[in-house]
Design a protein around this ligand. Structure first.
Ligand SMILES: NC(=O)C1=CN([C@@H]2O[C@H](COP(=O)(O)OP(=O)(O)OC[C@H]3O[C@@H](n4cnc5c(N)ncnc54)[C@H](OP(=O)(O)O)[C@@H]3O)[C@@H](O)[C@H]2O)[C@@H](O)CC1
Ligand SMILES: [K+]
Length: 520
Protein backbone atom coordinates (compact mmCIF):
# COMPACT_ATOMS: atom_id res chain seq x y z
CA UNK A 1 0.00 0.00 0.00
CA UNK A 2 1.31 3.41 -0.92
CA UNK A 3 0.55 5.85 1.88
CA UNK A 4 0.54 9.62 1.48
CA UNK A 5 0.75 12.16 4.28
CA UNK A 6 -0.29 15.79 4.13
CA UNK A 7 2.40 18.39 3.52
CA UNK A 8 1.69 19.79 6.99
CA UNK A 9 2.19 16.42 8.68
CA UNK A 10 5.42 15.80 6.78
CA UNK A 11 6.69 19.16 7.99
CA UNK A 12 5.62 18.31 11.55
CA UNK A 13 7.48 15.01 11.31
CA UNK A 14 10.58 16.93 10.18
CA UNK A 15 10.39 19.39 13.08
CA UNK A 16 12.00 17.25 15.81
CA UNK A 17 14.85 16.36 13.47
CA UNK A 18 15.38 20.01 12.57
CA UNK A 19 15.37 20.88 16.29
CA UNK A 20 18.02 18.22 16.79
CA UNK A 21 20.22 19.95 14.21
CA UNK A 22 19.68 17.32 11.51
CA UNK A 23 18.23 19.66 8.87
CA UNK A 24 21.30 19.51 6.69
CA UNK A 25 21.50 15.71 6.91
CA UNK A 26 17.84 15.46 5.82
CA UNK A 27 18.49 17.78 2.92
CA UNK A 28 21.54 15.81 1.82
CA UNK A 29 19.53 12.57 1.88
CA UNK A 30 16.82 14.24 -0.18
CA UNK A 31 19.36 15.65 -2.63
CA UNK A 32 21.05 12.29 -2.96
CA UNK A 33 17.74 10.61 -3.79
CA UNK A 34 16.93 13.25 -6.40
CA UNK A 35 20.40 12.95 -7.92
CA UNK A 36 20.09 9.14 -8.08
CA UNK A 37 16.83 9.23 -10.02
CA UNK A 38 18.11 11.91 -12.41
CA UNK A 39 21.26 9.87 -13.04
CA UNK A 40 19.21 6.73 -13.64
CA UNK A 41 16.98 8.51 -16.15
CA UNK A 42 19.99 9.94 -17.99
CA UNK A 43 21.51 6.46 -18.24
CA UNK A 44 18.21 4.90 -19.32
CA UNK A 45 18.01 7.50 -22.07
CA UNK A 46 21.52 6.49 -23.16
CA UNK A 47 22.94 9.94 -22.39
CA UNK A 48 25.48 9.14 -19.66
CA UNK A 49 26.98 12.01 -17.67
CA UNK A 50 30.09 13.40 -19.40
CA UNK A 51 28.95 15.92 -21.94
CA UNK A 52 25.39 15.87 -20.63
CA UNK A 53 23.79 19.11 -19.47
CA UNK A 54 21.47 19.90 -16.59
CA UNK A 55 19.45 22.94 -15.59
CA UNK A 56 18.45 23.35 -11.96
CA UNK A 57 15.41 25.50 -11.21
CA UNK A 58 15.97 26.69 -7.66
CA UNK A 59 13.27 28.56 -5.75
CA UNK A 60 13.73 30.55 -2.58
CA UNK A 61 13.06 27.73 -0.13
CA UNK A 62 14.54 24.40 0.89
CA UNK A 63 13.09 22.75 -2.19
CA UNK A 64 15.48 24.84 -4.26
CA UNK A 65 18.31 23.89 -1.91
CA UNK A 66 17.61 20.16 -2.43
CA UNK A 67 17.75 20.68 -6.18
CA UNK A 68 21.00 22.66 -5.98
CA UNK A 69 22.67 19.97 -3.88
CA UNK A 70 21.49 17.34 -6.39
CA UNK A 71 22.92 19.57 -9.13
CA UNK A 72 26.22 19.68 -7.23
CA UNK A 73 26.33 15.87 -7.32
CA UNK A 74 25.61 15.86 -11.07
CA UNK A 75 28.41 18.39 -11.61
CA UNK A 76 30.83 16.13 -9.74
CA UNK A 77 29.87 13.33 -12.16
CA UNK A 78 30.82 15.47 -15.13
CA UNK A 79 27.43 16.92 -16.06
CA UNK A 80 27.49 20.59 -17.06
CA UNK A 81 24.93 22.45 -14.95
CA UNK A 82 23.33 25.88 -14.78
CA UNK A 83 21.02 27.04 -12.03
CA UNK A 84 18.13 29.40 -12.67
CA UNK A 85 17.27 31.10 -9.38
CA UNK A 86 13.54 31.70 -9.53
CA UNK A 87 12.99 33.53 -6.22
CA UNK A 88 14.37 36.73 -4.77
CA UNK A 89 16.22 34.62 -2.18
CA UNK A 90 18.19 31.42 -2.42
CA UNK A 91 19.65 28.95 0.09
CA UNK A 92 23.17 30.40 0.33
CA UNK A 93 25.04 27.24 1.36
CA UNK A 94 23.43 25.17 -1.37
CA UNK A 95 24.23 27.75 -4.04
CA UNK A 96 27.80 27.96 -2.74
CA UNK A 97 28.21 24.16 -2.98
CA UNK A 98 26.75 24.18 -6.50
CA UNK A 99 29.09 27.00 -7.57
CA UNK A 100 32.12 25.35 -5.95
CA UNK A 101 31.45 22.23 -8.02
CA UNK A 102 31.63 24.33 -11.19
CA UNK A 103 28.00 25.31 -11.71
CA UNK A 104 26.93 28.68 -13.06
CA UNK A 105 23.80 30.51 -12.04
CA UNK A 106 21.50 33.24 -13.25
CA UNK A 107 18.67 35.06 -11.50
CA UNK A 108 15.37 34.78 -13.30
CA UNK A 109 14.52 38.35 -12.25
CA UNK A 110 17.68 39.62 -13.98
CA UNK A 111 17.15 37.64 -17.21
CA UNK A 112 16.52 40.07 -20.09
CA UNK A 113 14.66 37.43 -22.07
CA UNK A 114 12.70 34.69 -20.28
CA UNK A 115 11.94 32.96 -23.60
CA UNK A 116 15.65 32.63 -24.41
CA UNK A 117 16.37 31.25 -20.93
CA UNK A 118 13.52 28.79 -21.32
CA UNK A 119 14.86 27.72 -24.70
CA UNK A 120 18.25 27.10 -23.05
CA UNK A 121 16.54 24.94 -20.41
CA UNK A 122 14.64 23.08 -23.12
CA UNK A 123 17.93 22.15 -24.78
CA UNK A 124 19.32 20.54 -21.59
CA UNK A 125 19.32 16.79 -21.11
CA UNK A 126 17.78 17.02 -17.66
CA UNK A 127 15.90 19.68 -15.73
CA UNK A 128 15.58 19.52 -11.94
CA UNK A 129 12.46 21.31 -10.75
CA UNK A 130 13.15 22.83 -7.34
CA UNK A 131 10.95 25.90 -7.68
CA UNK A 132 8.43 24.91 -5.02
CA UNK A 133 7.94 22.09 -2.57
CA UNK A 134 5.76 21.62 0.47
CA UNK A 135 5.99 25.34 1.21
CA UNK A 136 3.91 26.17 -1.87
CA UNK A 137 0.77 28.21 -1.48
CA UNK A 138 -1.50 28.30 -4.51
CA UNK A 139 -0.45 27.85 -8.11
CA UNK A 140 2.82 29.15 -9.54
CA UNK A 141 2.93 32.90 -9.82
CA UNK A 142 5.15 35.72 -11.02
CA UNK A 143 8.29 35.08 -13.06
CA UNK A 144 8.26 31.36 -12.12
CA UNK A 145 4.89 30.99 -13.81
CA UNK A 146 6.12 32.90 -16.88
CA UNK A 147 9.20 30.70 -17.07
CA UNK A 148 7.21 27.44 -16.92
CA UNK A 149 4.89 28.66 -19.69
CA UNK A 150 7.91 29.62 -21.80
CA UNK A 151 9.59 26.28 -21.11
CA UNK A 152 6.48 24.38 -22.21
CA UNK A 153 6.33 26.47 -25.38
CA UNK A 154 10.00 25.79 -26.13
CA UNK A 155 10.17 22.11 -25.11
CA UNK A 156 6.76 20.93 -26.29
CA UNK A 157 4.50 18.45 -24.55
CA UNK A 158 5.98 15.89 -22.14
CA UNK A 159 5.56 12.93 -24.48
CA UNK A 160 7.45 14.69 -27.26
CA UNK A 161 10.13 16.77 -25.52
CA UNK A 162 13.76 15.71 -25.28
CA UNK A 163 14.52 17.21 -21.85
CA UNK A 164 13.94 14.86 -18.92
CA UNK A 165 12.18 16.74 -16.15
CA UNK A 166 12.64 15.48 -12.60
CA UNK A 167 10.51 17.13 -9.94
CA UNK A 168 12.06 17.72 -6.55
CA UNK A 169 9.51 16.56 -3.95
CA UNK A 170 6.60 17.56 -6.19
CA UNK A 171 5.98 19.19 -9.55
CA UNK A 172 5.97 22.93 -8.94
CA UNK A 173 2.46 24.25 -9.44
CA UNK A 174 0.39 21.40 -7.95
CA UNK A 175 -1.58 21.63 -4.72
CA UNK A 176 0.45 19.59 -2.21
CA UNK A 177 -2.62 18.04 -0.59
CA UNK A 178 -5.15 18.21 -3.41
CA UNK A 179 -3.34 17.67 -6.71
CA UNK A 180 -5.12 20.78 -7.90
CA UNK A 181 -3.41 22.62 -10.74
CA UNK A 182 -4.28 26.32 -11.03
CA UNK A 183 -2.14 27.79 -13.76
CA UNK A 184 1.06 26.46 -15.28
CA UNK A 185 2.74 23.33 -13.95
CA UNK A 186 5.99 21.71 -14.86
CA UNK A 187 4.86 18.20 -15.87
CA UNK A 188 7.59 15.81 -14.77
CA UNK A 189 8.85 12.56 -16.23
CA UNK A 190 9.58 11.49 -12.68
CA UNK A 191 9.00 12.93 -9.23
CA UNK A 192 11.30 12.19 -6.33
CA UNK A 193 9.39 12.83 -3.14
CA UNK A 194 10.87 12.85 0.35
CA UNK A 195 9.74 11.06 3.48
CA UNK A 196 6.44 9.85 2.00
CA UNK A 197 4.14 10.59 -0.90
CA UNK A 198 1.90 13.64 -0.60
CA UNK A 199 -1.79 13.33 -1.60
CA UNK A 200 -1.37 15.78 -4.48
CA UNK A 201 1.00 13.34 -6.16
CA UNK A 202 -1.70 10.67 -6.25
CA UNK A 203 -4.80 12.68 -7.13
CA UNK A 204 -6.09 13.99 -10.45
CA UNK A 205 -4.04 16.57 -12.34
CA UNK A 206 -1.26 16.42 -9.74
CA UNK A 207 -0.83 12.69 -10.35
CA UNK A 208 -0.70 13.30 -14.10
CA UNK A 209 1.97 16.00 -13.63
CA UNK A 210 4.06 13.83 -11.29
CA UNK A 211 4.91 11.15 -13.86
CA UNK A 212 6.69 8.18 -12.30
CA UNK A 213 6.68 8.49 -8.53
CA UNK A 214 9.75 7.66 -6.42
CA UNK A 215 9.58 7.89 -2.64
CA UNK A 216 12.91 8.46 -0.88
CA UNK A 217 13.19 7.56 2.79
CA UNK A 218 14.91 10.42 4.62
CA UNK A 219 14.32 8.97 8.09
CA UNK A 220 11.06 10.68 9.08
CA UNK A 221 8.90 8.95 11.68
CA UNK A 222 5.34 9.27 10.39
CA UNK A 223 3.86 6.52 12.55
CA UNK A 224 1.85 8.97 14.67
CA UNK A 225 0.24 10.72 11.71
CA UNK A 226 -2.96 9.65 9.96
CA UNK A 227 -2.60 8.72 6.28
CA UNK A 228 -4.03 11.49 4.09
CA UNK A 229 -4.53 9.12 1.15
CA UNK A 230 -3.68 5.53 0.29
CA UNK A 231 -3.26 3.64 -2.96
CA UNK A 232 -3.81 -0.11 -3.07
CA UNK A 233 -1.15 -2.10 -4.86
CA UNK A 234 -1.60 -5.51 -6.43
CA UNK A 235 -0.56 -7.28 -3.24
CA UNK A 236 -3.29 -5.43 -1.31
CA UNK A 237 -6.02 -6.35 -3.78
CA UNK A 238 -4.68 -9.93 -3.75
CA UNK A 239 -4.87 -10.04 0.06
CA UNK A 240 -8.41 -8.68 0.01
CA UNK A 241 -9.88 -11.30 -2.35
CA UNK A 242 -11.94 -14.04 -0.77
CA UNK A 243 -10.80 -17.25 -2.41
CA UNK A 244 -13.21 -20.21 -2.56
CA UNK A 245 -12.44 -23.03 -0.12
CA UNK A 246 -13.15 -26.75 -0.28
CA UNK A 247 -16.32 -26.39 1.82
CA UNK A 248 -17.74 -23.55 -0.19
CA UNK A 249 -20.84 -23.78 -2.34
CA UNK A 250 -22.42 -21.15 -4.54
CA UNK A 251 -24.35 -19.49 -1.70
CA UNK A 252 -21.47 -19.38 0.75
CA UNK A 253 -19.17 -17.86 -1.86
CA UNK A 254 -21.54 -14.90 -2.12
CA UNK A 255 -24.57 -14.05 -4.21
CA UNK A 256 -24.70 -10.71 -6.01
CA UNK A 257 -28.14 -9.36 -6.83
CA UNK A 258 -28.20 -7.05 -9.83
CA UNK A 259 -31.02 -4.61 -10.57
CA UNK A 260 -29.67 -3.01 -13.71
CA UNK A 261 -30.77 -2.30 -17.26
CA UNK A 262 -34.05 -1.03 -18.61
CA UNK A 263 -35.96 -1.05 -21.88
CA UNK A 264 -33.88 1.98 -22.91
CA UNK A 265 -30.46 0.66 -21.84
CA UNK A 266 -30.60 -3.15 -21.73
CA UNK A 267 -26.89 -3.62 -22.48
CA UNK A 268 -25.66 -2.10 -19.22
CA UNK A 269 -27.07 -5.07 -17.30
CA UNK A 270 -25.25 -7.58 -19.50
CA UNK A 271 -21.97 -5.67 -19.12
CA UNK A 272 -22.24 -5.38 -15.33
CA UNK A 273 -23.20 -9.04 -14.93
CA UNK A 274 -20.40 -10.22 -17.22
CA UNK A 275 -17.83 -8.26 -15.22
CA UNK A 276 -19.19 -9.54 -11.91
CA UNK A 277 -18.99 -13.17 -13.02
CA UNK A 278 -15.46 -12.66 -14.32
CA UNK A 279 -14.39 -11.22 -10.94
CA UNK A 280 -15.62 -14.40 -9.25
CA UNK A 281 -18.87 -14.76 -7.33
CA UNK A 282 -21.02 -17.71 -6.22
CA UNK A 283 -24.06 -16.61 -8.16
CA UNK A 284 -25.61 -13.62 -9.87
CA UNK A 285 -29.33 -13.02 -9.47
CA UNK A 286 -30.72 -10.64 -12.02
CA UNK A 287 -33.85 -8.58 -11.35
CA UNK A 288 -35.38 -6.57 -14.18
CA UNK A 289 -37.48 -6.66 -17.35
CA UNK A 290 -37.71 -10.03 -19.12
CA UNK A 291 -36.29 -8.61 -22.34
CA UNK A 292 -33.18 -7.44 -20.47
CA UNK A 293 -32.86 -10.80 -18.72
CA UNK A 294 -32.97 -12.48 -22.14
CA UNK A 295 -30.03 -10.34 -23.26
CA UNK A 296 -28.11 -11.18 -20.08
CA UNK A 297 -28.80 -14.88 -20.69
CA UNK A 298 -27.47 -14.75 -24.23
CA UNK A 299 -24.02 -14.21 -22.84
CA UNK A 300 -24.37 -15.72 -19.36
CA UNK A 301 -27.02 -18.45 -19.09
CA UNK A 302 -25.86 -19.25 -15.52
CA UNK A 303 -27.57 -16.10 -14.22
CA UNK A 304 -30.80 -16.65 -12.23
CA UNK A 305 -33.35 -14.07 -13.35
CA UNK A 306 -36.63 -12.79 -11.98
CA UNK A 307 -38.96 -9.84 -12.38
CA UNK A 308 -39.73 -9.73 -8.65
CA UNK A 309 -38.78 -7.31 -5.88
CA UNK A 310 -35.62 -7.22 -3.78
CA UNK A 311 -37.36 -8.81 -0.80
CA UNK A 312 -37.90 -12.05 -2.72
CA UNK A 313 -34.31 -12.45 -3.88
CA UNK A 314 -31.75 -13.40 -1.26
CA UNK A 315 -28.25 -12.11 -1.81
CA UNK A 316 -25.18 -10.94 0.10
CA UNK A 317 -24.89 -7.66 -1.83
CA UNK A 318 -26.69 -5.62 -4.46
CA UNK A 319 -25.71 -3.73 -7.53
CA UNK A 320 -28.30 -1.20 -8.62
CA UNK A 321 -28.51 1.43 -11.31
CA UNK A 322 -26.40 0.68 -14.41
CA UNK A 323 -28.64 1.45 -17.38
CA UNK A 324 -31.67 1.70 -15.06
CA UNK A 325 -33.33 4.79 -16.47
CA UNK A 326 -37.05 5.68 -16.62
CA UNK A 327 -37.99 2.39 -14.99
CA UNK A 328 -40.08 2.64 -11.81
CA UNK A 329 -39.55 -1.00 -10.85
CA UNK A 330 -35.78 -0.64 -11.01
CA UNK A 331 -35.97 2.56 -9.02
CA UNK A 332 -38.01 0.80 -6.32
CA UNK A 333 -35.48 -2.04 -6.24
CA UNK A 334 -32.69 0.50 -5.74
CA UNK A 335 -34.57 2.11 -2.83
CA UNK A 336 -35.29 -1.29 -1.23
CA UNK A 337 -31.71 -2.48 -1.68
CA UNK A 338 -30.34 0.62 0.05
CA UNK A 339 -32.85 0.13 2.89
CA UNK A 340 -31.87 -3.52 3.34
CA UNK A 341 -28.69 -2.82 5.28
CA UNK A 342 -26.76 -5.06 2.88
CA UNK A 343 -23.82 -3.74 0.89
CA UNK A 344 -25.08 -2.00 -2.24
CA UNK A 345 -23.14 -0.60 -5.17
CA UNK A 346 -25.13 2.33 -6.54
CA UNK A 347 -24.39 3.54 -10.05
CA UNK A 348 -25.88 5.73 -12.76
CA UNK A 349 -29.69 5.66 -12.74
CA UNK A 350 -29.93 4.73 -9.05
CA UNK A 351 -27.85 7.64 -7.78
CA UNK A 352 -30.93 9.87 -7.77
CA UNK A 353 -32.63 7.42 -5.38
CA UNK A 354 -30.03 7.66 -2.60
CA UNK A 355 -31.85 8.62 0.64
CA UNK A 356 -30.65 11.36 2.99
CA UNK A 357 -28.44 9.06 5.07
CA UNK A 358 -27.02 5.63 4.39
CA UNK A 359 -24.11 3.65 5.80
CA UNK A 360 -20.58 3.09 4.46
CA UNK A 361 -21.65 -0.29 3.02
CA UNK A 362 -23.50 1.72 0.36
CA UNK A 363 -20.93 2.48 -2.33
CA UNK A 364 -21.81 5.25 -4.77
CA UNK A 365 -19.91 5.24 -8.07
CA UNK A 366 -20.64 8.56 -9.80
CA UNK A 367 -18.60 10.30 -12.47
CA UNK A 368 -18.02 14.03 -12.00
CA UNK A 369 -21.28 15.04 -13.69
CA UNK A 370 -23.32 12.64 -11.57
CA UNK A 371 -21.55 13.79 -8.41
CA UNK A 372 -22.43 17.37 -9.31
CA UNK A 373 -26.11 16.40 -9.47
CA UNK A 374 -25.92 14.39 -6.24
CA UNK A 375 -24.41 17.38 -4.43
CA UNK A 376 -26.81 19.86 -6.04
CA UNK A 377 -29.75 17.78 -4.76
CA UNK A 378 -28.27 18.31 -1.28
CA UNK A 379 -27.84 22.05 -1.61
CA UNK A 380 -24.19 22.10 -2.72
CA UNK A 381 -23.87 23.95 -6.00
CA UNK A 382 -20.67 23.52 -7.93
CA UNK A 383 -19.41 23.01 -11.46
CA UNK A 384 -18.29 19.76 -12.99
CA UNK A 385 -14.94 21.39 -13.77
CA UNK A 386 -14.50 22.27 -10.08
CA UNK A 387 -15.08 18.64 -9.14
CA UNK A 388 -12.55 17.50 -11.73
CA UNK A 389 -10.02 20.02 -10.41
CA UNK A 390 -10.32 18.88 -6.79
CA UNK A 391 -11.91 15.41 -6.84
CA UNK A 392 -10.91 14.37 -3.32
CA UNK A 393 -12.58 17.40 -1.76
CA UNK A 394 -15.92 16.75 -3.44
CA UNK A 395 -15.88 12.97 -2.97
CA UNK A 396 -15.23 13.59 0.72
CA UNK A 397 -18.01 16.12 0.90
CA UNK A 398 -20.48 13.67 -0.66
CA UNK A 399 -19.37 10.89 1.72
CA UNK A 400 -19.74 13.26 4.63
CA UNK A 401 -23.24 14.41 3.67
CA UNK A 402 -24.67 10.99 2.71
CA UNK A 403 -22.74 8.63 5.00
CA UNK A 404 -21.99 6.49 1.94
CA UNK A 405 -18.65 5.42 0.53
CA UNK A 406 -18.11 7.48 -2.62
CA UNK A 407 -15.99 6.37 -5.57
CA UNK A 408 -15.57 9.28 -7.96
CA UNK A 409 -14.54 7.90 -11.35
CA UNK A 410 -11.83 9.56 -13.37
CA UNK A 411 -8.33 9.05 -14.70
CA UNK A 412 -7.46 8.67 -11.05
CA UNK A 413 -10.41 7.24 -9.18
CA UNK A 414 -10.87 8.71 -5.73
CA UNK A 415 -12.67 6.76 -3.01
CA UNK A 416 -13.83 8.63 0.07
CA UNK A 417 -15.09 6.78 3.14
CA UNK A 418 -17.44 8.59 5.53
CA UNK A 419 -14.73 8.11 8.20
CA UNK A 420 -12.57 10.57 6.23
CA UNK A 421 -10.28 7.86 4.84
CA UNK A 422 -9.29 8.36 1.23
CA UNK A 423 -8.06 5.91 -1.41
CA UNK A 424 -6.79 6.96 -4.81
CA UNK A 425 -6.23 4.57 -7.70
CA UNK A 426 -4.44 5.45 -10.91
CA UNK A 427 -4.60 2.05 -12.57
CA UNK A 428 -6.78 3.02 -15.51
CA UNK A 429 -5.88 3.77 -19.09
CA UNK A 430 -7.54 6.46 -21.21
CA UNK A 431 -8.61 3.57 -23.47
CA UNK A 432 -11.15 2.69 -20.78
CA UNK A 433 -12.98 5.98 -21.37
CA UNK A 434 -15.65 4.37 -23.49
CA UNK A 435 -19.36 3.67 -23.17
CA UNK A 436 -20.17 0.83 -20.79
CA UNK A 437 -16.88 1.07 -18.91
CA UNK A 438 -18.60 2.24 -15.73
CA UNK A 439 -21.06 -0.68 -15.91
CA UNK A 440 -18.17 -3.13 -15.80
CA UNK A 441 -16.52 -1.29 -12.89
CA UNK A 442 -19.72 -1.49 -10.87
CA UNK A 443 -20.02 -5.21 -11.68
CA UNK A 444 -16.50 -5.84 -10.37
CA UNK A 445 -17.11 -3.92 -7.15
CA UNK A 446 -20.46 -5.68 -6.73
CA UNK A 447 -18.80 -9.09 -6.98
CA UNK A 448 -16.13 -8.11 -4.45
CA UNK A 449 -18.81 -6.77 -2.09
CA UNK A 450 -20.89 -9.96 -2.36
CA UNK A 451 -17.95 -12.28 -1.69
CA UNK A 452 -16.54 -10.16 1.16
CA UNK A 453 -19.82 -9.14 2.84
CA UNK A 454 -19.64 -11.91 5.45
CA UNK A 455 -15.86 -12.25 5.56
CA UNK A 456 -14.81 -10.96 8.99
CA UNK A 457 -11.14 -11.18 8.15
CA UNK A 458 -11.24 -9.00 5.04
CA UNK A 459 -10.39 -5.62 6.62
CA UNK A 460 -7.53 -7.15 8.58
CA UNK A 461 -6.08 -8.84 5.51
CA UNK A 462 -5.78 -5.54 3.68
CA UNK A 463 -4.81 -3.57 6.80
CA UNK A 464 -7.68 -1.09 7.01
CA UNK A 465 -10.11 -0.23 9.81
CA UNK A 466 -13.35 -2.27 9.56
CA UNK A 467 -15.29 0.94 8.81
CA UNK A 468 -13.10 1.51 5.75
CA UNK A 469 -13.51 -1.98 4.28
CA UNK A 470 -16.05 -0.73 1.71
CA UNK A 471 -13.71 1.97 0.54
CA UNK A 472 -10.91 -0.59 0.19
CA UNK A 473 -13.28 -2.85 -1.78
CA UNK A 474 -14.15 0.00 -4.13
CA UNK A 475 -10.46 0.84 -4.54
CA UNK A 476 -9.65 -2.81 -5.28
CA UNK A 477 -12.45 -2.79 -7.85
CA UNK A 478 -10.88 0.25 -9.52
CA UNK A 479 -7.51 -1.51 -9.52
CA UNK A 480 -8.89 -4.68 -11.15
CA UNK A 481 -10.88 -2.65 -13.67
CA UNK A 482 -7.92 -0.43 -14.55
CA UNK A 483 -5.54 -3.35 -14.94
CA UNK A 484 -8.05 -5.24 -17.05
CA UNK A 485 -8.39 -2.18 -19.28
CA UNK A 486 -4.63 -1.92 -19.68
CA UNK A 487 -4.38 -5.59 -20.49
CA UNK A 488 -7.17 -5.30 -23.06
CA UNK A 489 -5.56 -2.21 -24.60
CA UNK A 490 -2.37 -4.13 -25.36
CA UNK A 491 -4.09 -5.65 -28.36
CA UNK A 492 -6.03 -2.59 -29.51
CA UNK A 493 -8.83 -0.28 -28.42
CA UNK A 494 -10.84 -1.53 -25.46
CA UNK A 495 -14.16 -3.20 -26.31
CA UNK A 496 -16.05 -3.21 -23.04
CA UNK A 497 -18.10 -6.31 -23.81
CA UNK A 498 -14.80 -8.20 -24.16
CA UNK A 499 -13.54 -7.04 -20.76
CA UNK A 500 -14.54 -10.20 -18.82
CA UNK A 501 -11.56 -12.06 -20.34
CA UNK A 502 -8.96 -9.54 -19.16
CA UNK A 503 -10.76 -9.21 -15.79
CA UNK A 504 -10.40 -12.97 -15.27
CA UNK A 505 -6.74 -12.78 -16.23
CA UNK A 506 -6.09 -9.93 -13.78
CA UNK A 507 -7.85 -11.84 -10.98
CA UNK A 508 -5.82 -14.94 -11.86
CA UNK A 509 -2.61 -12.89 -11.50
CA UNK A 510 -3.77 -11.58 -8.12
CA UNK A 511 -4.61 -15.09 -6.94
CA UNK A 512 -1.14 -16.21 -7.98
CA UNK A 513 0.39 -13.22 -6.16
CA UNK A 514 -1.55 -14.25 -3.05
CA UNK A 515 -0.32 -17.84 -3.38
CA UNK A 516 3.28 -16.71 -3.70
CA UNK A 517 2.93 -14.35 -0.72
CA UNK A 518 1.57 -17.23 1.39
CA UNK A 519 4.22 -19.77 0.42
CA UNK A 520 7.26 -19.78 2.73
N1 LIG B 1 12.32 21.06 6.26
C1 LIG B 1 13.39 20.28 6.01
O1 LIG B 1 14.28 20.12 6.79
C2 LIG B 1 13.49 19.58 4.77
C3 LIG B 1 12.76 20.01 3.66
N2 LIG B 1 12.99 19.48 2.48
C4 LIG B 1 12.64 20.22 1.29
O2 LIG B 1 12.15 21.48 1.60
C5 LIG B 1 10.93 21.71 0.92
C6 LIG B 1 10.10 22.67 1.68
O3 LIG B 1 10.89 23.83 1.79
P1 LIG B 1 10.31 25.23 2.23
O4 LIG B 1 9.51 25.07 3.45
O5 LIG B 1 11.47 26.12 2.34
O6 LIG B 1 9.33 25.64 1.08
P2 LIG B 1 9.56 25.64 -0.51
O7 LIG B 1 8.44 24.81 -1.04
O8 LIG B 1 10.91 25.27 -0.90
O9 LIG B 1 9.44 27.15 -0.95
C7 LIG B 1 8.48 27.97 -0.44
C8 LIG B 1 8.83 29.38 -0.88
O10 LIG B 1 8.40 29.56 -2.23
C9 LIG B 1 7.67 30.77 -2.36
N3 LIG B 1 6.33 30.49 -2.84
C10 LIG B 1 5.29 29.92 -2.17
N4 LIG B 1 4.24 29.73 -2.95
C11 LIG B 1 4.60 30.17 -4.19
C12 LIG B 1 3.94 30.21 -5.43
N5 LIG B 1 2.67 29.77 -5.55
N6 LIG B 1 4.60 30.68 -6.51
C13 LIG B 1 5.89 31.12 -6.38
N7 LIG B 1 6.56 31.09 -5.20
C14 LIG B 1 5.93 30.64 -4.12
C15 LIG B 1 7.70 31.42 -1.02
O11 LIG B 1 8.74 32.34 -1.05
P3 LIG B 1 8.48 33.88 -1.13
O12 LIG B 1 7.64 34.07 -2.38
O13 LIG B 1 7.73 34.17 0.12
O14 LIG B 1 9.82 34.43 -1.22
C16 LIG B 1 8.04 30.32 -0.08
O15 LIG B 1 8.87 30.74 1.00
C17 LIG B 1 10.34 20.35 0.74
O16 LIG B 1 9.44 20.31 -0.33
C18 LIG B 1 11.59 19.54 0.46
O17 LIG B 1 11.94 19.67 -0.89
C19 LIG B 1 13.96 18.38 2.32
O18 LIG B 1 15.18 18.98 2.03
C20 LIG B 1 14.09 17.58 3.56
C21 LIG B 1 14.41 18.44 4.72
K1 LIG C 1 9.46 21.09 -6.99
Amino acid sequence: MLTAFSGGDIRSAEAPLLDAGQGDALMQRAAHGLFGVALGLLREAGRGTYGATAVVLAGSGNNGADALYAGERLLRRGVGATAILTGDRVHAAALEAFTQAGGTSVRLADAPDIAALAAHAASADVLLDGILGTGASGGLRGPSADFVRAFDAAAGPRAARSTLVVACDLPSGIGVDTGRVDGPVLAADATVTFGAAKPGLLIGDGAVAAGELNVVDIGLDLSGFPPAARTLEGSDAAALLRLPGTHDQKYSRGVLGVAAGSARYPGAAALAVGAALATGVGMVRYLGPEAVAALVHQRNPEVVASTGPIAEAQSQAWLVGPGAVDDDDQRLRAVDAMASGLPVVVDAGALAAVPARVGPQVVLTPHAGELRELLAARGVDTERSEIEADPAHFARQAADITGATVLLKGYTSVVAAPSGALFVQADATPWLSTAGSGDTLSGIIGALAATLAEDDGAAGRVGVAPADLWAAIAAAGALIHGRAGRRAARSGPVVVSDLPGPIRAVVADLVEERRLAASP
